[in-house]
Write a protein that binds this ligand. Structure first.
Ligand code: DLL
Length: 434
């Protein structure tokens, strides 16, 4: 498959690192001159832009976290006057004030280039008809992917998220070949199609570009099977740009990272110390070319592993493993650390469990309880008590063997766990902080 920008996506590592260093020096100088938050943080550490002489000198720089963006809400971290900002987006955070980010014309051009790479890596070309089923609006998913797909020359249907029956009508009538949305919404679309007897497997749809939330291999396999497509995962976050930060190629063996525009580190989430390649830790990102809101060493809270081995597709850009968890997603239940993604993996190993689930954590007295609500396939939804008991036991045994905790497994009727057109909410934690 063609590489969108072979010059940059297949650079020899030494040349790439030289480019990264040049860009790192210039971004540090840029924020030191223009962003009071960074000037103070660098002065406090006694670091001047000229102290950046090698890529490992990135460690001299301060981390940035969400608090810096919140404290300077809305535009305090911008490095350019508003006259130069042509677009503003915000993060999808559900509580408090959102994180606000801005883009210059140059930033939009870079962003479009990077999402064009994502589309191209999934095999999208000018012959494709792409249905955009991400939310448009302040969320970066819709607009970010939209322009990249246009740049590769494909035909875009800017459907937005929701109105699933109309999505299906468009898919059939317009002969959509590629679908762009969250994995949860892809699954929901598959379900509604099945309910209406629409055969997407036999349709023109052939590829899906999914991202914006975690999805394991089990979920991917389910989506690929039910839609009859190849599904690629892509990752990004509003703070550093939106989609386009990294994405899979057709080999589905990790997400190629846009290393010419970002410097990636993996650190120990507890100490902030850099970890050697191959070890899982928190992804930290320094933007190398952003003009409106460059960020130094942004703590993503996303856990991943980086691999610089070459890939069969010909891209030399390093790959990060699928992000399955955020450091702040971790639940501590009866002293055991549990990630929702582990429970998802356990569930999808049991035949008959549908990929719709809700984890409910509660506390009575001093004891935490873990309940996992699941849906089962219609054909298994039996009223024979004995079957059900055996089935829930199989599920709870699986959960026990994966996370080491006894969970109460509750079977709910198919279709009763909330479906989403955006990012799924999988956990309700009713414990009060104490
Ligand atoms: O979700 C940007 C995006 C949109 C990426 C569309 C890809 C496609 P935010 O709303 O700011 O931005 O949320 C960012 O979502 O820190 C991760 O925790 C999570 N996330 C995003 N993509 C993935 C993915 C967009 N592919 C936060 N796998 C990030 C796992 C993901 N988690």
């Amino acid at each position: 498959m063609p590489i969108w920008n072979a010059e940059y996506e297949s650079m020899a590592r030494p040349a790439l690192e030289e480019l990264q260093l040049r860009r790192l020096k210039s971004v540090v100088a840029w924020v030191y001159e223009r962003v009071p938050h960074y000037r103070e943080a660098l002065d406090e550490r006694g670091v001047k832009p000229r102290d950046i002489r090698s890529l490992s000198d990135v460690r001299l720089l301060p981390f940035t976290d969400k608090a810096a963006l919140r404290d300077t809400y809305p535009f305090g971290m911008f490095a350019v006057p508003m006259e130069q900002v042509v677009r503003v987006h915000s993060s999808s955070g559900t509580t408090g004030k959102p994180i606000v980010v801005g883009y210059t014309k140059g930033d939009l051009n870079t962003w479009t280039e990077l999402t064009a790479r994502i589309a191209s890596a999934a095999g999208v070309t000018e012959r494709d008809r792409v249905q955009m089923a991400f939310l448009y609006g302040m969320f970066t998913g819709g607009w970010g992917m939209h322009y990249g797909i246009e740049r590769v020359g494909a035909t875009v249907f800017p459907a937005g998220a929701g109105n699933t029956e109309r999505q299906l009508m468009m898919m059939q009538d317009f002969e959509t070949t590629a679908l762009v949305c969250t994995p949860s919404y892809a699954l929901y679309i598959a379900e509604v199609a099945e309910e209406h007897g629409i055969d997407l497997k036999g349709s023109s749809l052939r590829v899906g570009l999914f991202g914006g939330e975690p999805s394991g291999e089990g979920l991917r396999a389910e989506i690929e099977r039910r839609l009859g497509i190849l599904a690629t995962d892509n990752y990004g976050l509003s703070e550093v740009m939106g989609p386009g930060v990294s994405g899979e190629c057709e080999h589905q063996c990790g997400l190629h990272m846009a290393e010419d525009h970002f410097l990636f580190e993996v650190v120990d989430p507890a100490t902030g110390e850099p970890l050697p390649e191959g070890e899982e830790g928190e992804l930290v990102i320094t933007t190398l070319t952003k003009e409106a809101i460059p960020l130094l060493r942004y703590r993503t809270h996303d856990l991943t592993v980086i691999d610089t081995e070459s890939c069969a597709c010909g891209r030399t850009l390093a790959r990060m493993s699928k992000v399955r968890a955020r450091t702040d997603d971790m639940l501590i239940i009866r002293g055991v650390n549990v990630y929702p993604s582990q429970i998802e993996d356990a569930l999808l190993q049991v035949e008959g469990v549908q990929p719709h689930y809700l984890i409910v954590v509660d506390r009575s007295g001093a004891l935490d309880s873990l309940e996992v609500r699941i849906e089962v396939a219609d054909e298994l939804f039996s009223d024979m008590m004995a079957d059900m008991v055996a089935f829930t036991k199989r599920v709870s045994d699986r959960i026990h063997s994966v996370v080491g905790l006894q969970a109460k497994v509750t079977l709910v009727e198919p279709g009763t766990i909330e479906r989403t057109v955006g990012k799924a909410r999988r956990v309700i934690d009713n414990r009060t902080a104490d």
